[in-house]
Design a protein around this ligand. Structure first.
Ligand code: NAD
Length: 245
């Protein structure tokens, strides 16, 4: 059995891959999951090439069964879970009059329901880890959109506000079991997700995926007596022109 293990959803690129790399470099055996097999396997290879312990599991998190099976496969592979990173997410910008039910459903399914199902499924393993060392961790990727409620991203922002609420409730339920829960709420990070806006805000003015990985290291480093329910990470100077993003 691995000494420490982590599961990162949406780990094939962007923020998820940066967090997975950081955890693996800190000694965690890591499961990464993603939808697109080719991209996921390439990401896993990039970690394995550096002698890091990684398993890749293809999973579309809009399927409850796929998420249940993902956690079960992680357990079969590594035997334990110390850190769950609910990172998979999708953002669809549209004006309120243009909201389509299928885009609403997709964002709720990926950003919120999948995270709830993964948390439910992972809790028995996290409780075992929490009882062992008092410092199991759930990291939920919210967004500053869940705090600032920018225009054109109303549904995305609403799902991320719900992620922050769910994280706080979970923290209150499981904190005594040695499990910390944090919703990280970043502004614009230079990844595929923000390509749509990189014409107006150049990637060099955005946060780096590694900044979020650094935050996860920080969350792991603080003592079990320090709860951080919400961590907002803003770009300096981000103002009303970018909806606070
Ligand atoms: P990204 O588009 O590079 O990564 C998103 C990941 O989610 C990908 O790995 C993708 O495969 C996965 N994903 C999406 N739909 C999925 C599905 N149905 N099944 C399985 N996996 C699915 O974006 P990113 O910027 O790395 O975003 C990671 C997280 O951070 C997301 O939750 C996002 O909302 C959040 N976030 C991003 C930013 C930003 O500016 N980039 C800011 C705040 C929060």
């Amino acid at each position: 059995m691995a000494k420490r293990a982590a599961l990162v959803t949406g780990g094939s690129g962007g923020i998820g891959l940066a967090i997975a790399r950081r955890l693996a470099e800190s000694g965690y055996a890591v499961t990464i999951s993603g939808r697109r097999e080719e991209k996921l396997l390439k990401a896993a290879e990039s970690l394995a090439d550096d002698d890091l312990k990684v398993e890749a599991v293809v999973a579309d998190v809009t399927s409850e069964e796929a998420v249940v099976e993902l956690v079960a496969e992680h357990k079969r592979q590594w035997g334990r879970l110390d850190c769950l990173v609910n990172n998979a997410g999708i953002g669809i910008g549209q004006p309120v009059e243009g909201i389509r039910a299928k885009h609403f459903d997709l964002q709720v399914a990926v950003n919120l329901r999948a995270l709830v199902v993964a948390t439910r499924e992972a809790l028995p393993l996290l409780k075992t880890a929490g009882a062992e060392h008092g410092k199991a961790l759930i990291v939920n990727l919210a967004s500053i959109a869940g705090v600032q409620s920018p225009p054109w991203l109303s549904i995305y922002g609403a799902t991320k506000a719900a992620v922050i609420g769910f994280s706080k409730s979970t923290q209150k339920e499981v904190g005594e079991a040695g499990i910390a829960v944090t919703a990280i709420a970043p502004g614009f990070v230079a990844t595929e997700m923000t390509e749509f806006v990189q014409g107006e805000i150049p990637p060099e003015k955005m946060m780096r995926p590694e900044d979020i990985a650094e935050a996860v290291s920080f969350l792991l480093a603080v003592s079990p007596n320090c709860a951080i329910p919400e961590l907002v990470m803003a770009r300096p100077g981000s103002g009303p022109d970018s909806g606070g993003m």
